[in-house]
Ligand binder design. Structure first.
Ligand code: 5GP
Length: 190
């Protein structure tokens, strides 16, 4: 997605050769029209997959997941990182965080994801695929099915891309970074 790649190059920066900061338009301040365009790209790619739920993990996946779910006209579920007191019957999994270097639990209210649901998972970043694996676990517990994976930005040089594609999932990354050297990006499609 050209506008996203342009935003990464002009408004984002690598704080080292692995971690990209995009707080200016995605992770802190949100560029709503850019995120809206992301929703459109995901919608166009996944619209014929029979999706019944869009799933993300709080918090930075919510905006692009919302922009996609509203077009697909299906509910959006955001997996929580802390169990609220209002949650009645949760399912749990664990995720190792690449940026925080620690494992944390994730949870979902069981009633929102059911056997037969066809899930599109959307997230802001794909690095080592740990958030995806935790989600995969929750979706398996619900006996639902992942029919698509949409990542706003993937760093294809980390492990997540290979994990997801080797398992045969339909993965769409709107901006795919093949490598970074001295903070200079090489795009996978150029
Ligand atoms: P993974 O679970 O694929 O290892 O990492 C994905 C999660 O870690 C994303 O949801 C995101 O929150 C965070 N993350 C991974 N890499 C980056 C990065 O380069 N920049 C930012 N801002 N977050 C990242």
């Amino acid at each position: 997605m050209k506008a996203l790649k342009n935003a990464i190059e002009t408004r984002g920066h690598f704080i080292n050769d692995e971690v990209l900061k995009v707080d200016a338009f995605l992770n802190h301040q949100i560029d709503c029209s850019l995120v809206d365009e992301m929703g459109n790209e995901f919608y166009e790619h996944f619209k014929n997959k029979g999706i019944t739920k869009v799933v993300t993990i709080e918090s930075s996946g919510i905006a692009p997941a919302y922009a996609t779910a509203i077009r697909l006209n299906v509910p959006l579920i955001f997996i929580k990182k802390t169990q609220p007191s209002t949650m009645i019957d949760p399912a749990f999994a664990e995720v190792f965080s690449f940026t925080k270097n620690k494992t944390y639990p994730i949870c979902i209210e069981k009633e929102y994801l059911k056997k037969g649901d066809k899930v599109l998972f959307i997230d802001d970043f794909l690095a080592n695929g740990e958030a995806f694996k935790g989600t995969e676990n929750l979706i398996a517990q619900a006996q639902a099915e992942i029919v698509g994976v949409g990542m706003v930005i993937e760093k294809a040089f980390q492990k997540g891309h290979a994990y997801i594609t080797e398992k045969g999932y339909d993965l769409l990354a709107l901006a795919s970074i093949a490598g970074v050297k001295n903070k200079k990006i090489t795009w996978a499609d150029e």
